[in-house]
Design a protein around this ligand. Sequence first.
Ligand code: SF4
Ligand code: SF4
Length: 314
Amino acid sequence: MLTHLIILLDDTCVSYCHYNVPHVDHRLISLDDLKAGIVWAMKENVNIQFVYPDYKLPDEYNQAIASIDHTKIKPVKQGQDADVVVLTDWKVSAVDDLHHTTCIVHASRNDLSSHLTTLKEILSQVARLNIVLTDVADFTDADIDDYKLLLSKLSDIVEEQLKLGKNVQMNLLTDRLMLDEMNNCNAGVSNVTLAPDGRFYLCPAFYYDKSKGHIGGLRQGLNIKNPQLLQLDHAPICRKCDAWQCRRCVWLNEQLTLDCNTPSHQQCVMAHLERNASRNLLVRLEEEGFRYGSTHRIEEMKELDPFNTYKQWK
Ligand code: SF4
Ligand code: SF4
């Protein structure tokens, strides 16, 4: 069921997920399309998430946005009234006033490894840290040990903060501790995106990746071909998987396997390394007598790609 409409206010809106934004020239959504998008969301009874660029919007846009309940996703420099801020560089001073905010760090694995001290500082300040990796497509089996090491260092940071009494959340490591079912991105199922061209897309990544095409527009309505292919119950590998924190990114699936419901080796291996790192963190916390919310037991698993055990489920 559709529950969210994401509205990209400009071509240069900050990226909050795996994709990069290729545009540098501003192109605001037209005021008419913004208002029509708000009306569409009201009629469909869905919540709106506005994604902002790195400059102040004209007053008439702010007035239209203020006319409806919404969530603001903003680059950190514009983030004073944001619900979610995206860190666009590693200057921590910019997050000094962001207590109780959800912060998204959008970075490559190497970039994260080089900024662990900054990550620790961010985690100590915000209510939730979401790390979105920009280089999933480049991951190879030769990177497994390095990613394990990075996750282990991130686990140390989470553990240290917990011991200091802070109730931290870091998507890659703590989500799996709390989940008891899949919690994926659900692009095209629970959310769609309205872009500055007045058309709908499965998510912002599909707007910026012009080869992928749109799924209708404000005037002609939503038109998702074969919508069942986006659903978990039509994804034979994912529906049996228990890396519940995985984004199950349909954009990466299309890019890497040419099929939106077939996951890539890269995404599966990385998600399983995160799952296993979450398990290790939980074991360590329990050994030391720490409780982390209402956590669930996570079985030990050596296989990193569910594709390799697929035959066993038939
Ligand atoms: S790890 Fe792979 S199989 Fe599991 S949910 Fe993610 S993409 Fe699907
Ligand atoms: S499909 Fe979902 S996880 Fe993938 S880039 Fe789009 S919003 Fe992000």
